[in-house]
Write a protein that binds this ligand. Structure first.
Ligand code: FPP
Length: 246
């Protein structure tokens, strides 16, 4: 759980991004939606580079939700090909930059070749010490909580006592354990769309109208600057927070 003190005006440790607006970006140019997702790959690279340079500890990108399977078949298969292609092409550069790459989500439903690439990328970068980069694919916040509860029951079996169930135990069993400090959503919609529900409990939220393919380092910087001006209270009063910060 996050330490409540000394967080005033400091850099977010964990940033989550809902990368929205690819479809609108493409449609406004008279192109098919998939070309918006392709353009979105450049913005992904720029955001990762910015986070690594800035010294952010964790970056979690929402690439494909458990609900996105309901999109048109050709968009879903195009997105899967794009993930496979991007992983193959970028994994060496991610590794060279000392980044740890993990895919969070229910990977069982992904193609064998994508699962293999995910495993290879994880193993190659596991010992790196820089930015932790989570790509959320076939991810849903509710699914994450349910799988954590299932894991706990599977581990403890019949020895499970009611008092064993704590917030810490659930947190430890999530796909990503760290609370999100700053949630950025591009594309202007003000919702969290079943992203990291548990981990977003005390996040600061920053929504921008910029569509994901247009999101640059300078837009990321604006979000960070907005975060650093905020007073995070975690249920306390402003006065209590300011006292604990001195
Ligand atoms: C939401 O925009 C975006 C997605 C569902 C896909 C995100 C994928 C990428 C940015 C491509 C590459 C990612 C990686 C990690 C390599 P939308 O289609 O809902 O946009 P709309 O709201 O304008 O329709």
């Amino acid at each position: 759980m996050t330490d409540n003190t000394s967080l005033l005006f400091s850099l977010p440790k964990h940033v989550g991004i809902i990368m929205d607006g690819n479809g609108r970006w493409a449609e406004s140019r008279g192109k098919i939606r998939l070309s918006g997702h392709k353009a979105g790959v450049n913005a992904v690279k720029e955001a990762i580079t910015y986070a690594a340079e800035k010294g952010i500890e964790r970056l979690t990108l929402f690439a494909f939700s458990s609900e996105n399977w309901k999109r048109p078949k050709e968009e879903v298969s195009g997105l899967m090909e794009l993930f496979t292609w991007a992983l193959s092409n970028e994994v060496q550069s991610v590794h060279k930059n000392n980044i740890r790459l993990r895919v969070i989500g229910n990977t069982e439903k992904l193609s064998r070749s994508l699962q293999d690439k995910i495993k290879d990328a994880y193993e190659l970068t596991a010992a790196n010490t820089g930015l932790i980069l989570n790509i959320a694919v076939n991810y849903g916040g509710r699914w994450d909580i349910v799988q954590a509860v299932k894991k706990i029951i599977a581990q403890k079996g019949t020895s499970l006592e009611l008092d064993d169930i704590t917030e810490e135990l659930i947190t430890e069993n999530l796909n990503e354990c760290a609370d999100v400090d700053l949630l950025i959503r591009t594309g202007g919609e003000e919702r969290i769309s079943n992203f990291l529900l548990w981990q977003l409990a005390y996040s600061e939220i920053y929504v921008t109208d910029v569509l994901w393919p247009d999101f640059t380092k300078s837009d990321f910087e604006k979000a960070i600057n907005s975060f650093m001006k905020r007073e995070r209270r975690f249920g306390l009063t402003g006065e209590q927070i300011r006292k604990s910060d001195n």
